[in-house]
Ligand binder design. Structure first.
Ligand code: ADP
Length: 347
């Protein structure tokens, strides 16, 4: 009897401890029943989500988050509440997730990510401002270098040429960083028809100009669709992939630019018979300044930002970048667009 009493007291003390810890957590916690009714929540959940405890005990979760409750609950259930305004304060950003526990119960966790978002904004503004500030002085330096003719200073002809190459490289890096900033800050997309036939023709010409006859280049247009989206951004992404194929394929190789149907939509693919990429590098290729070989990238005029630009443009269009590559054989970079982005091709 005495033993039972002790055990009960110990359990009660443990329960009390656990509640105290849960109440001290900075993250909001709400326990939900099998039918999504509120069982319990901690003070952070009251503050972040607007739950009124104990008044809301037993109420359906969708009725607990204030006026926008149903919309918030729909986002939580679909897993799309990773960065939403808090129901209690628009300035607070929350990541909300549901985790199953026990017998058909769910734990709702609300994490305040405002600080992380603020730091990301500071980082974005910094990169955009630095790039913008560098643009004008670089343009001036580049302009003067263009004016100087190697014939005027033959002793410095080599130096002058190297200065021109390097200033052009810096200009390209700044332009690519500005393009990335523009893509990151873009909230919505220009929704325009992007006719694919002329775009593919233009890309072929760009490839031929870059290749200067060193590769066999062909275009395959098997999909009779146009795209919906931003013509400027899509051109930039597609052109980056073409430029990479030319730069990373040795002379005599083949480059195919394809626009073809695929499962669930259509894909724009650039296929080359170039150097290829070892598998361990593939997951990191779209990171800024990530290069498999820095010397090869620099020697061919790369900035290390091309695939980051491609990834951002595709994200904005709800599309996906798929990369397949075999070292020594070649690579395929495919931009996969869903059916809802496609329009029947204009005549
Ligand atoms: P870069 O300006 O260096 O080409 P990217 O972001 O466009 O930067 O590409 C990142 C890296 O991915 C490149 O440095 C290169 O190592 C590799 N890469 C990209 N495209 C290809 C390709 N078609 N074939 C082989 N390697 C490629």
């Amino acid at each position: 009897m005495n033993g039972d009493l002790h055990r009960a007291q110990r359990l009660a003390a443990q329960l009390h401890d656990m509640r105290t810890v849960a109440c001290a957590l900075p993250d909001g916690l709400a326990l939900l029943d099998h039918d999504d009714r509120l069982r319990w929540c901690n003070p952070a959940a009251e503050r972040l989500l607007g739950i009124r405890w104990p008044r809301d005990r037993g109420a359906p979760a969708r009725d607990c988050f204030g006026a926008q409750g149903a919309a918030v609950w729909a986002l939580i259930e679909s897993g799309d509440a990773q960065d939403i305004a808090a129901p209690t304060d628009d300035a607070v950003r929350l990541a909300l997730s549901l985790t199953a526990y026990g017998a058909h119960r769910q734990l709702l966790v609300a994490r305040d990510i405002s600080q992380v978002r603020r730091l990301e904004q500071v980082r974005r503004d910094f990169v955009a401002n630095v790039s913008h500030e560098l643009r004008t002085p670089l343009t001036v330096i580049h302009g003067y270098l263009e004016l100087l003719s190697p014939e005027d200073v033959p002793a410095l002809a080599g130096v002058l040429q190297e200065m021109r190459v390097q200033s052009q490289r810096m200009r390209q890096i700044v332009e690519d960083l500005l393009m990335l900033s523009h893509l990151e800050m873009q909230q919505s997309l220009d929704e325009e028809r992007v006719p694919m036939a002329p775009l593919l023709d233009g890309l072929r010409h760009e490839a031929e100009a870059l290749s200067q006859g060193r590769h066999r280049i062909q275009v395959q247009r098997d999909a009779q669709f146009d795209l919906m989206g931003s013509p400027r951004d899509l051109h930039s992404a597609f052109s980056n992939l073409v430029s990479n194929a030319v730069r990373y394929t040795p002379d005599g190789g083949d480059i195919t630019i394809a626009w073809r149907p695929c499962a669930g939509g259509a894909e724009y693919a650039v296929i080359d018979t170039g150097y290829g990429i070892p598998a361990e590098h593939l997951p990191r290729l779209t990171e800024r300044f990530y290069r498999v070989s820095s010397s090869r990238s620099r020697a061919s005029g790369g900035t290390g930002l091309g695939l980051s630009i491609v990834k951002h443009v595709l994200n904005l269009h709800g599309a996906e970048l798929r990369i397949e590559s075999t070292p020594g054989k070649g690579s395929t970079f495919a931009c996969v667009f869903k059916a809802e982005r496609l329009l029947p091709a204009s005549a």
